[in-house]
Design a protein around this ligand. Structure first.
Ligand code: ADP
Length: 273
């Protein structure tokens, strides 16, 4: 049925338009130079709606990072189809940003120059708009007093904030995050999770987030996808019913602890098989 008004079409387009990310029957096999093969993913079907936050949980080596590389256009699937906003992914796109476990900053550049580096690299200069945007985003992640510091002068959490700021400055529609907080201590992890929730309220984005932490996934996600050991398949698709806005208090909700146990049993049952 067509929408009753343009406004309604606008507000419901995330439901009716193409998915932000769509993997259909995706299988991926890596071939090494010695001709051995590793089938990392088998028959993956995954649809992520616009502004949805989906976490992927599964044992090491089950193909989580491979999924992110396929979505980002860094890899092509051996079979099946990967599309973004309804179009096949053929190469890396400007509207997708990646954040890795390690912040991958340039050690000789200060914070602001690291954040604006992608534009400098692409165009040879940094526009006034980009500089202003960088300042705004660095303030959002609490680094306004560290603009001229080099990465070696920052804590691990601060370095990861710089990497997140660099990704956000690209203003991507889709943010792919590969265990972005796993190298950090527990307190900093919680702090960064809450900051990410806050940023996404202000700048909604579609997020695909790889993590080993069930609690982190529950705190952040609309949906959690559980994978089996290699070759990775999706074994569970779990909608997180916790209300938003969320914060650390959400962890006190009885649903949070019930779901933590439920997901833990699913992850471990699968890992044993
Ligand atoms: P995860 O992120 O779940 O830990 P990955 O997606 O990194 O898993 O890897 C899935 C499987 O594919 C692993 O067995 C890994 O060794 C293998 N793999 C990943 N990248 C390559 C590659 N470039 N060449 C060969 N094998 C690879």
């Amino acid at each position: 049925m067509p929408p009753a008004s343009p406004q309604m079409a606008e507000t419901t387009s995330w439901l009716t338009g193409p998915a932000a990310v769509d993997l259909k029957h995706v299988t991926h096999t890596f071939r090494s130079l010695d001709r051995s093969t590793v089938t990392a993913l088998s028959e993956i079907d995954l649809e992520v709606r616009r502004t949805e936050f989906v976490s992927i949980i599964g044992p090491s080596g089950c193909g989580k990072s491979t999924i992110l590389r396929l979505i980002s256009g860094l890899l092509k699937p051996s079979s099946g189809a990967v599309s973004v906003f309804g179009l096949p992914v053929t190469e890396p796109r400007d509207d997708i940003a990646l954040v890795f476990q390690r912040p991958t900053l340039l050690p000789w550049l200060n914070v602001i120059d690291n954040v604006t580096f992608p534009e400098k690299h692409k165009t040879g200069r940094v526009s006034k708009e980009t500089s202003a945007g960088a300042l705004e985003i660095l303030e959002m992640v609490g680094l306004q007093d560290f603009l001229r510091k080099r990465p070696s002068e920052l804590s691990g959490g601060m370095q990861q904030r710089v990497a997140i700021a660099r990704a956000l400055l690209q203003d991507p529609d889709i943010l792919l995050m590969d265990e972005p907080f796993s190298a950090l201590d527990a307190l900093t992890r919680d702090e960064l999770s809450v900051e990410l929730l806050d940023i996404l309220v202000r700048r909604p984005k579609t997020v695909v987030f790889v993590t080993h932490s069930i609690q982190e996934a529950l705190l952040l996600s609309d949906r959690i996808v559980v994978m089996s050991p290699r070759p990775g398949k999706i074994t569970e698709n779990i909608v997180v019913p916790l209300p938003r806005p969320r914060g650390l208090n959400s962890m006190l909700d009885p649903v949070f602890s019930e779901m933590t146990s439920e997901i833990r049993s699913k992850v471990f049952t699968r890992a044993r098989h």
